[in-house]
Design a protein around this ligand. Structure first.
Ligand SMILES: Cc1cc2nc3c(=O)[nH]c(=O)nc-3n(C[C@H](O)[C@H](O)[C@H](O)COP(=O)(O)OP(=O)(O)OC[C@H]3O[C@@H](n4cnc5c(N)ncnc54)[C@H](O)[C@@H]3O)c2cc1C
Length: 211
């Protein structure tokens, strides 16, 4: 998978929102140490967490499975624009048949688990899908036999309060392995001066997965 940060709100905007409550704008330092401490104190420690909603991040997330996509879409406090299978499945029509013994070429379309039998079954499903499309079945019908491993991508926008909730739930060792990888990739893509707001919520990589 690949995660790119397309846009984000600078910290001084959240500090301005907080200072609006007390009209203490003269104490601001343009997103520097004073503002950073204020955002953490008010947004996190005082739990005046709505102030964190002024910080918004937009990511471009590529190469995740549709299995992961359906879990990601459960996070209602976020905005998604997802690659449409209805309009893009034609990408398979131009492909020659997929060979289950050649995962390299299929990896353009599938997320692999590392389990040989599961990954082989995914390639076989991909080949059956390609065959249907090549024989003239429409995208709208063929999409019903897509393997869950089929790669998708989306533009995802989320505010800091909701991102804390997401990282807390989805980097935990109870989460799906691919979701944990996504959580860490998102965290690592955040601007360095924003990460302190999320560090308490993320479970480190060295804790193994439950599933
Ligand atoms: C380990 C794990 C296993 C899971 N297994 C399943 C499963 O088997 N089946 C399944 O269906 N889902 C499952 N889920 C999904 C889970 O139930 C949530 O839908 C998902 O994690 C989104 O979390 P959220 O509601 O906190 O996030 P969001 O939808 O982004 O909501 C953010 C926050 O807003 C508030 N909020 C949003 N909507 C409401 C509302 N209607 N009422 C009150 N407060 C609201 C809550 O405080 C919520 O935490 C699982 C999640 C995890 C992490």
């Amino acid at each position: 998978m690949k995660v790119s940060l397309l846009h984000y709100t600078p910290l001084h905007v959240a500090a301005h929102a907080i200072r609006t409550c007390w009209q203490s704008f003269e104490k601001g330092d343009g997103g520097g140490p004073k503002d950073r401490e204020l955002i953490d104190r008010v947004g996190n420690r005082y739990r005046h967490a709505s102030t964190l909603e002024h910080l918004v991040y937009t990511f471009y997330i590529q190469g995740i499975s549709r299995a992961l996509l359906q879990e990601l879409a459960r996070h209602r406090i976020a905005s998604l624009s997802v690659k449409s299978t209805r309009y893009t499945l034609k990408e398979l029509k131009k492909e020659p048949p997929f060979d289950p013994d050649d995962p390299q070429r299929a990896s353009r379309y599938l997320v692999f688990t590392g389990h040989p039998e599961v990954d082989r079954a995914s390639i076989e499903a991909l080949e059956r899908l390609r065959h249907l499309l090549a024989s003239g079945v429409s995208n709208d019908l063929a999409k019903y036999c897509l393997p869950e491993s089929y790669k998708s991508e989306l533009t995802w926008t989320i505010n800091a309060r909701s991102l804390q909730n997401f990282l807390s739930l989805r980097s935990a060792k109870t989460a799906l392995w691919e979701m944990r990888h996504l959580s860490w990739a998102i965290f690592e893509t955040l601007p360095a001066d924003h990460r302190y707001l999320f560090e308490p919520y993320i479970t480190p990589k060295d804790q193994p997965c439950d599933n």
